[in-house]
Design a protein around this ligand. Structure first.
Ligand code: UT7
Length: 329
């Protein structure tokens, strides 16, 4: 390790909506099969946020749990960062919605849009803000309600996504535990392969944009797959090199949960043993920015994060964006 960690995770929390949509349920909606979805993705079910609830509602729930875990009060937070591509609205930000709901009266709050890499972008930012002494306690949330932007007539995408939220409270390191390194990268030239084209300033909502289904997420799955593997291998290798940690010393790999074939391909190329890979996409589908904090929460609850463990987090998403983070627990 090159430097002592400047920040560490003080608390973790998550929220998964109660309603579950299985692959068999999807068989009744579009021309698909449980066997195809399992074989091509590894997904078996996903959670769907109930009508009337918002992104900031579920994000606030995850935030409450992370704060409780950290033993902190909301008013002790200096900053709230929400990573999301499915915000409550363009503005005010979802983070401001969370701030109001949890009563974090002293915090600055803003969203970041880096798709599935958003949570790791937020964690990297929190690490910098805390390491430089600018802030003491930063809440980083990944929260998505993708079900509201999914085209339920497009079998190529609607079987993939799910809703949920995960949160971490980040604070100053104790000198041993913490974030050993963080890495962020983008390539805007490939943005068209994974996007939500309608509703922004380029294509404001009109009857035509609605008729053309432009307000739903679009993805060139096969192309995205190739770039996802390439970029996440880059992200993993970069952070290992920068921190001087060997792949065999990684205790747990948490990849963005999009497709089990992508996760396996990344682990194989980075040479991380199969028993060190965490996979929960069978239960959640692809929850974009929420995927890594949901996984972190589950790993912790299942006892897969012991003191001293080195955990490698790697993500890829629309933009394109990709990122990694190495944490010592
Ligand atoms: O979260 C950020 C980034 N997202 C990702 O990383 C996702 C990356 N991409 C993927 O995970 C995969 O490309 C998918 C899971 C999206 C698709 O798997 P694939 O093996 O690449 O399938 P494909 O798109 O090449 O389609 C293969 C066949 C096609 O039929 P033909 O043309 O071979 O007759 C599709 O029409 O599978 C068909 N197909 C389906 N069949 C049943 C596509 N979706 C479905 C479906 N059920 N839901």
């Amino acid at each position: 390790m090159k430097h002592a960690p400047g920040s560490m995770i003080l608390g973790i929390g998550a929220f998964a909506p109660e309603k579950v949509l299985t692959n068999h349920d999807l068989e009744k909606i579009v021309d698909t099969t449980d066997a195809w979805i399992r074989e091509r993705t590894g997904i078996e079910r996903r959670h769907i946020l109930e009508k009337g609830k918002t992104n900031s509602d579920q994000a606030a729930e995850a935030a409450h749990r992370a704060l409780k875990d950290a033993g902190l009060k909301a008013r002790e937070l200096d900053c709230i960062i929400v990573a999301t591509i499915t915000p409550d609205s363009f503005f005010p930000s979802t983070a401001c919605g969370v701030q109001a709901k949890i009563g974090a009266t002293h915090a600055a709050a803003f969203d970041i849009a880096a798709a599935c890499s958003g949570f790791l972008y937020g964690l990297a930012l929190a690490n910098s803000l805390i390491s430089t002494g600018f802030y003491k306690h930063v809440l980083v949330i990944g929260s998505e309600v993708l079900s509201r932007f999914t085209d339920w007539e497009d079998r190529a995408t609607c079987v993939l996504f799910g809703d949920g939220a995960g949160a971490v409270v980040v604070g100053p390191s104790d000198g041993k535990k913490g974030i050993l390194g963080a890495y962020m990268k983008s390539d805007g030239r490939l943005g068209h392969l994974l996007s939500l084209p309608g509703g922004g300033a380029t294509h404001p909502a009109t009857h035509e944009t609605i008729d053309k289904r432009m307000h739903f997420l679009k993805m060139e799955g096969r192309e995205v797959f190739k770039h996802a593997v390439r970029t996440m291998v880059d992200a993993a290798e970069h952070i290992l090199k920068e921190t001087g940690v060997h792949a065999s010393d990684v205790d747990l790999l948490i990849n963005h949960q999009a497709n089990v074939r992508i996760i396996d391909a990344v682990a194989e190329r980075v040479e991380i043993a199969h028993d060190k890979i965490f996979v929960n996409l069978q239960d959640f589908g692809n929850t974009s920015a929420a995927s890594i904090p949901l996984a972190l929460d589950q790993c912790r609850r299942e006892g897969r994060l012991s003191e001293g463990d080195k955990c490698l987090l790697v993500a890829f998403g629309g933009g394109f964006t990709w990122a990694s983070c190495l944490i010592q627990f």
